[in-house]
Write a protein that binds this ligand. Structure first.
Ligand SMILES: [Zn+2]
Length: 92
C-alpha cells in the first residue's frame, strides 16, 4: 500500500491509501466532493539512525567473526560501597 496525495481547490490536500500503481490522476474530495488533482510528493523513505545502523552491523558481524574477550575488564572508578553489617559476619 502507498499513500497518494490529492489537493482540493477548496479544502486542501487529502491522502488516499491504495496498492502501488493504482492511483488515478484525480479524485473526489471527501469533504466537498469537488474534483482534486493528484499531487506528487517525495516517497516516505527514512534513513536508519546512525547508532541503530552501527548496532545492526555489529550484530551481523558477531555471527561470522565474534569479538573475543581475552582479559577481564578493569573495574571502573570507585569501589562498591561497604555495608557495615559485613563486619558482624564471621571471618574464615
Ligand atoms: Zn474539497
Amino acid at each position: 500500500m502507498a499513500g497518494y496525495v490529492y489537493r482540493c481547490p477548496r479544502c486542501g490536500p487529502w491522502e488516499v491509501r491504495r496498492p502501488i500503481g493504482t492511483a488515478e490522476s484525480s479524485g473526489r474530495c471527501p469533504g466537498c466532493g469537488a474534483e482534486g488533482r493528484r499531487v506528487y510528493t517525495a516517497p516516505l523513505l527514512s534513513r536508519t539512525a546512525a547508532p541503530v545502523a552501527a548496532a545492526r552491523l555489529r550484530e551481523e558481524a558477531s555471527g561470522d567473526a565474534p569479538t573475543v574477550t581475552t582479559t577481564v575488564p578493569r573495574a571502573a572508578g570507585r569501589p562498591a560501597p561497604r555495608d557495615p553489617r559485613w563486619d558482624a559476619l564471621p571471618r574464615p
